[in-house]
Every structure is written in structure tokens, then in C-alpha cells.
Design a protein around this ligand. Structure first.
Ligand SMILES: Cc1ncc(COP(=O)(O)O)c(C=O)c1O
Length: 366
């Protein structure tokens, strides 16, 4: 593999001494789970977002599961969400016994289309999960207005968009609660699994804290069935280093995206990602569309030249076996699944590598 989809070695090398210092301080402290680094990371992350509470846990998936329960979603409730996301978004809903109900996406942002929500509303609808896919914010104002009108809770899935903004505010600070992932490939990635919940709501925050610790406030005085979902000190210490450089890394991603736009936008058959005026995109992925059934052939040609690309996502969630209802279709999500292709992108990607990728795409489409 000559050009990988993601290469973090340079970024890690740049802060190597700080990571090693963080590692040694945790070793010396003798505290490994939910210690001072987790507490400090929670404070720093809450202040980065501009929210009252941040509660760390062990993955983005758990952040969604615990977040849904903390918002009072019960078995049998319906949760409106997008069919064009990573599986965990819907899986979390199913895992608590609730039902994901899909609504189609906007073709430009790949995110939940606020105009589509009304028709899926039923007396059982309890909450909404907008996903800020690829680093582009969902259109939160109409989504929140819809939720308020119908008394629904909003849980933002921010796994792919840490640091992105909606109308000048950080995403993850806009709904009732938000769920972040620190999976290593994410914009703020740990060196293992990790996640975070964020909220302004004191009682939801208290529930998140209990649920991540076997449903207890005090050890051995368990009050509800919860989870073992804690962040460890090592990951928290690494994440505290990385959080300091997140905005710069996101800015570098934006610059890399601007360079891609320049060299890709005039290629016939390619649609480059758009950035709505309401968002600051942080390009977790740089996802283009290739029209007229040519995507798979282009991907194969690139692969033959050692250029790795990914299909996020080749199957929309409503077409996976556990959710498939053959009579139901979502036109935009299905079209996107047939056209998307994500290109190599990381903060320090070399402009020459990007040029090489663009010219390989141009040639493949000729
Ligand atoms: C949109 C979305 N939601 C949730 C998750 C789950 O996060 P994690 O892998 O940390 O469990 C991911 C991770 O890939 C994701 O992309």
C-alpha cells in the first residue's frame, strides 16, 4: 500500500515527547482507570465545547447507548435518525430495545434532511439522532425546532466531527446530549478505544456518570443496571495532549480539503464535497461522488496504483439485514451509497500526494 487512507505517523512524531511524558506520568501515578487525567480531560473537553458536563466512557458506541438511556429513551420507543451513517448509530438504538426509524438525507451534506422528519413521526417517537457525517454539521436549527415542537430529545452523534461548528458554535453543544468517539482514526483520536458524552443537563450528566459505572454513584451501592464503560488514564493523558492541537489539526485538514477541491472540481463525473454556509467542516473524511456507475471501476484502478480509497458507506443502514424492509427505500441515501468514495486525507498529507491522487482519478475517468 503506497498511499494509505490515513497516516498519522507524522502527527504522532511531532508530539512524541509529550506522549512519552504523558505515558510515564501515568505509569508513575499508579492510577489507571477514571483517575486525575480523566477528570482533567472531562473539564478541558467541556470547556472546549462550551458545555457544563463532559463524561468519558470507553467508546463512541457506548456514548450513544448511555446517552440514549440518560435521555430517558425506553424499550419500544422510536428514535428518528439517518440511514447513511456508521452502523453504531442505529445499533445503539436497537441495543437498548428502542427502534431506529430512518428518514432520508440531503444529497449535498449527506446528513439527515430536516424536511423529511415530519412524515415519520408517531406517538412512539421519543428522540432524534442527527449525525454530523464526515465532519460536516447536520442542519441543527430546523432539527432542534422540530424536536421542540414535538417534545423530542436530541442526541448528536459527533463521532466524526469533533471540533466542527454550526453557526459559530461547536457541534456537540447543540442538542440535549452528544456522543463523541475517540477511535484512533477520528479527528480527536486516542491510541485505543474511547468516547465522551457531553450535556448541559445536570440530571442527564449524573445518569451518564452512574451508567458508565455499573449504575452506581457509590461503589457497591448499585441503583440500576449499567455498564462497565470507563476511559482509562493512559488514553485520557494522550487525549489531553491531542486536544491542545485539535484546532490546528482540523485547520490543516481544511487546507488539505481546499487543495483537493482545486485539483478535482473540474474533473467531469466528480462532485467534490460541499460546505454549507452554516458549518465549519472538519473533513473527518474527504468524500467525493463519482456518477453514472463508474465509482467501483475508478476505485479498482486507484487500488491497482497503490492508492487506497474507502466506501463510507456502501450499504445504507435500512438495507442491512436487521433493518431491511424491501418495500421501503430512501432515494438519496441509496444514491449516495452507490456514488461515494473517500480519499486519503490527514492533517499533514503532502500536496504532491494529493496531486497524484487527483491525476489518477482524472485518468481513470477518461
Ligand atoms: C457516526 C459514528 N457513530 C458512532 C461511532 C462509534 O464509535 P466507536 O467506534 O468509538 O464505538 C462511529 C465510529 O466509527 C461513527 O463513525
Amino acid at each position: 500500500m503506497r498511499i494509505p487512507i490515513l497516516d498519522l505517523r507524522e502527527e504522532i512524531q511531532a508530539h512524541r515527547q509529550e506522549f512519552l511524558g504523558a505515558f510515564e506520568s501515568v505509569l508513575d501515578s499508579g492510577q489507571f482507570i477514571l483517575g486525575p487525567n480523566v477528570g482533567a480531560l472531562e473539564k478541558e473537553f467541556a470547556s472546549y465545547l462550551g458545555v457544563k458536563h463532559a463524561i468519558a466512557c470507553n467508546s463512541g458506541t457506548d456514548a450513544l447507548i448511555i446517552g440514549l438511556r440518560a435521555l430517558g429513551v425506553q424499550p419500544g420507543d422510536e428514535v428518528l435518525t439517518t440511514p447513511f451513517s456508521f452502523f453504531a448509530t442505529a445499533e445503539a438504538v436497537s441495543l437498548i430495545g428502542a427502534v431506529p426509524v430512518f428518514a432520508d438525507i440531503e444529497p449535498e451534506s449527506f446528513n439527515l434532511d430536516p424536511q423529511q422528519l415530519e412524515k415519520y413521526l408517531t406517538p412512539k417517537t421519543k428522540a432524534l439522532i442527527p449525525v454530523h457525517l464526515f465532519g460536516h454539521s447536520a442542519d441543527m436549527r430546523p432539527i432542534s425546532d422540530f424536536a421542540k415542537r414535538h417534545g423530542l430529545k436530541v442526541l448528536e452523534d459527533v463521532a466524526q466531527a469533533t471540533g466542527a461548528e454550526y453557526k459559530g458554535q461547536k457541534v456537540g453543544a447543540l442538542g440535549d446530549l452528544s456522543a463523541f468517539s475517540f477511535f484512533p482514526t477520528k479527528n480527536l483520536g486516542a491510541f485505543g478505544d474511547g468516547g465522551m458524552m457531553a450535556t448541559d443537563d445536570d440530571s442527564a450528566a449524573e445518569l451518564c456518570r452512574m451508567l458508565r459505572m455499573h449504575g452506581s454513584r457509590r461503589r457497591y451501592y448499585n441503583e440500576m443496571i449499567g455498564y462497565n464503560s470507563r476511559l482509562d488514564e493512559m488514553q485520557a493523558a494522550f487525549l489531553r495532549v491531542k486536544l491542545k492541537y485539535l484546532d490546528k489539526a482540523n485547520e490543516d485538514r481544511r487546507q488539505a480539503a481546499a487543495r483537493y477541491r482545486e485539483v478535482l472540481q473540474d474533473i467531469p463525473g466528480v462532485t467534490v464535497p460541499s460546505e454549507a454556509s452554516y458549518t465549519k467542516h472538519v473533513y473527518h473524511q474527504y468524500t467525493i461522488r463519482i456518477s453514472e456507475g463508474r465509482r467501483d471501476r475508478v476505485q479498482e484502478k486507484l487500488q491497482a496504483q497503490g492508492i487506497t480509497t474507502m466506501l463510507y458507506y456502501p450499504v445504507p443502514l435500512h438495507r442491512l439485514p436487521m433493518y431491511d424492509v424491501p418495500s421501503r427505500s430512501f432515494e438519496q441515501a441509496e444514491k449516495a451509497a452507490g456514488e461515494v468514495m473517500s480519499l486519503p486525507l490527514w492533517p499533514t498529507i503532502d500536496p504532491h500526494t494529493q496531486l497524484e491522487i487527483a491525476s489518477a482519478i482524472r485518468t481513470a475517468l477518461q
